[in-house]
Write a protein that binds this ligand. Structure first.
Ligand code: NAG
Ligand code: NAG
Ligand code: NAG
Ligand code: NAG
Ligand code: NAG
Ligand code: NAG
Ligand code: NAG
Ligand code: NAG
Length: 278
């Protein structure tokens, strides 16, 4: 009798263990091409396991490349880092061995709501370290105007990769075309009068000691190579979801020791307004 009971208990235990394993299997990571371990909160579009991952973090898998649709653009996902809630993406218009290929869309800090107001968070994605210095590439058509370098920015000729006159977007009769390289806080007046801005692309975070030389940027080939590295996005706003579910405002930031901290505010928009709120 005792043996039978023991056997029954064992069987029960086994069932429980098997049941648990089954639950884990249910949301096993997916992969798409070179991107492995696509797991919560990410999910692949069309995945029949509707309870795995969040709709806000859906990626498409097209021709074996994971693609993030962001605003008007589409971006190849190069990597996802689950420990620091970040990812690296590159515009799908850029082709590695074709320096004439361009990003399909401008992307600057201003496209992200977290740059304008860190407490007004609606997007599942933001720039990683939104207020840090980044390289910014401003594509301009200056016609026949002479471009001028300064110590803070740099006009780089886009030929022979892109010739102004052959650009269909650009019916103007122009003989020169430049990319102005600077930091993302590039003052507007560095774009010379008469030059038309065609495209603006933000690059990697640079830290404060940015020097073109240290990034080896001297020709347009270097700019193309730099754009191909893509840009780091943050999805740490995910940590605010429990707070949002309570109908509150939230902000999230990373402390120097790497820990992520969320602040959940009562109905007020900003902590400074909390005095006037319930
Ligand atoms: C895969 O992602 C999970 C988080 O969803 C993480 O805990 C795990 O370390 C990752 N594995 C690899 C090999 O990156
Ligand atoms: C970013 O904003 C610019 C200017 O409003 C717009 O032209 C561009 O399409 C936006 N980028 C994306 C990816 O939507
Ligand atoms: C995020 O984590 C990855 C993997 O640990 C690391 O390679 C990367 O440098 C980190 N990025 C930032 C911005 O901390
Ligand atoms: C390189 O990119 C340009 C611009 O997108 C395109 O017109 C051209 O066909 C591409 N060349 C190759 C070899 O793919
Ligand atoms: C700007 O400086 C770089 C590096 O010294 C040079 O290659 C480039 O031709 C200069 N551009 C203009 C418009 O003077
Ligand atoms: C731009 O013009 C140069 C010189 O005329 C030519 O060699 C090059 O192929 C052109 N590039 C493109 C993308 O048309
Ligand atoms: C472009 O320049 C050429 C020669 O300078 C001129 O003949 C032509 O009319 C110009 N085209 C336009 C659209 O201005
Ligand atoms: C710049 O080029 C030098 C020499 O080719 C190389 O050692 C260095 O790592 C490069 N720097 C960057 C940021 O790519």
């Amino acid at each position: 009798m005792k043996v039978l009971l023991l056997l029954l208990l064992l069987l029960l235990l086994l069932l429980v263990v098997v049941g648990d394993a089954g639950d884990e299997d249910e949301c096993e990571p997916r992969s798409c091409g070179d991107l492995h371990n696509i797991s919560y909160p990410f999910r692949l579009k069309g995945d029949p396991r509707i309870n795995c991952g969040l709709a806000d973090y859906e990626l498409a898998c097209e021709n074996n490349r994971a693609i993030l649709y962001l605003y008007h653009g589409s971006y190849y996902v190069l990597s996802i880092s689950y420990n620091n809630y970040s990812m690296r993406v590159v515009d799908t218009g850029l082709q590695p061995h074709n320096c004439s290929s361009l990003p399909r869309h401008s992307l600057t800090p201003y496209n992200f709501t977290n740059y304008q107001d860190p407490y007004d968070l609606h997007d599942p994605y933001g720039l990683l370290y939104p207020n840090d210095d980044r390289i910014l590439f401003v594509f301009v058509n200056c016609g026949t105007i002479d471009a001028v370098n300064s110590s803070d920015y740099y006009y780089v000729d886009t030929s022979p990769c892109i010739n102004a006159s052959s650009s269909p977007k650009n019916p103007r009769n122009s003989s020169s075309n430049y990319v102005v390289c600077g930091l993302s806080n590039l003052p507007v007046d560095v774009i010379k009068e008469g030059c038309t801005v065609e495209l603006m692309v933000v690059g990697s975070t640079t830290g404060s000691n940015f020097k073109y030389e240290s990034h080896n940027i001297t020709t347009y080939y270097d700019i193309h190579r730099e754009m191909l590295k893509g840009v780091e996005l943050s999805w740490s706003i995910l940590l605010c979801q429990p707070c949002f579910h309570k109908g509150r405002q939230c902000s999230v930031y990373q402390e120097l020791n790497g820990l992520f901290v969320t602040k959940c505010f009562s109905n007020c928009k900003k902590p400074s307004q909390s005095i006037h709120c319930a």
